[in-house]
Design a protein around this ligand. Sequence first.
Ligand code: ADP
Ligand code: ZN
Length: 524
Amino acid sequence: MADGSDKIGGAEQLLHDIFGFTEFRPGQAEIVSAVAAGEDVLAIMPTGGGKSLCYQLPALMRGGVTLVISPLIALMRDQVRALKEAGVEAGALTSGNTPEETDAVWAGLEAGTLRLLYMAPERLAAGGVPQMLRRAGVGLIAVDEAHCVSQWGHDFRPDYLRIGELKRALDVPLAAFTATADEETREEIGRKLFEAPPRTFLRGFDRPNIHLAFAAKDGPRRQILDFASARKGQSGIIYCGTRAKTEGLAEALNKAGIPALAYHGGMEADQRREGERRFQQEDGLVVAATIAFGMGVDKPDIRWVAHADLPKSIEGYYQEIGRAGRDGAPAETLTLFGPDDIRYRRQQIDEGMAPDERKGADHGRLNALLGLAEALGCRRQVLLRYFGEELAEPCGNCDLCDAPPDVFDGTEPVRMALSAALRSEERFGAGHLIDILRGTATDKVRQWRHDDLPTFGVGAKWSKAEWQAILRQMQARDLIRPDPARHGALRMTEAARPVLRGEESVTLRRDAMTRAARPAPRVR
Ligand code: ADP
Ligand code: ZN
């Protein structure tokens, strides 16, 4: 590995160990490595895009103290608290401090243990600040909301004008962040904060050449084989949830005349390297892999990426499909998902060692991915909105733009399903609930006397397959969740209460119900 990727390898470790994230969001890795390398950087990222990580991680990778200047006191306090909880020594000098807090910050600075020092810009005006910061060993300045330096903007903060001076006095690199992308502001930030034009990162998150598509699992192996066969001769990656599946799929593909190999972390290092080398050099090779595959791969002409199983999070999804079409030419993707995936991913989170707060956040990220899977309109709009970017028009390059989904008001069946779950004490899985709803008096239904429930048979007008689609969409919207302590029995979530009370309605996709979402392979 080259030096650069080693550095990013270290960054990924910290990303995981300190922040609890498995993947970088779009743009983060490049910015982190530039800042960590001591370059002057101006990064423009949409709000919610994950800017703070772009200076917090380099702060940990570099020695000394990183000074973070931000006008938002509440945000500084939040970040300091979160960093401390993660075991990172951080402190803030703001007007909101108690004397004890301020003393603790000074003590940390003196002892040389503080890694991040947050400061409001007003503080820069106090006498002796540059000397103090030099003594404390500040080695990097990060400026949040950097557009506050712009005299023409409405967020102008006069004290921001002192930052350039401070950078010169300390002679350290500076990384400036803002969500304001217009060229004038950018130019002004460059001029006022830096001596020479900084390295600028202005990249929307969109990868418009990548076609996005999801499909409900319906004979998943055949779905993947069909997708790959329609693209024979092109290089592609199939991400699988298990090692065994990578091997099974590679074998099936080879049998179908599509050259393929398996790749996973359980293989010998030599074998993995050989796989990477072949994929890089040969045309039209398919790799069926776990997420272990990809880091070291830099092949610009990967034409497609398929997910045989639902990825872990929306970040993981985007990073994995992002390996396709780096050359800018059209590339295609297909992500399969089913109720088992949802159950498995929830279970993985619940059974993990993470603290409860982080588990909650992980469920949230999974929900975002499920929302994308069951989207009702343009997927790219949903995806980019999650990363903080607005796409004004539907993209025209996703399966839902190709064929808008047929939707209907699903409030009635959703309420029926919720009531069936509640009346059977949230102790049963989808199969049994469907039997109750459809009025099928199985032995199990009789044994529990569920044929006496008022919900028994109320949903007979929907078929079993339709109910499965309804329950899956309910899981995707996080209205019901499998309970890991009860073998995946479906329980109602808080989000479902307003629906049950009749205060909210639920729009469902009909296509996911009738034609079991069989994608016609698109061949260009
Ligand atoms: P902003 O760009 O608005 O400053 P933040 O830095 O506050 O955004 O990040 C927005 C949210 O995204 C936070 O909740 C943060 O925890 C989350 N986030 C940032 N980076 C990642 C990542 N690599 N994986 C998952 N979540 C992330
Ligand atoms: Zn679209």
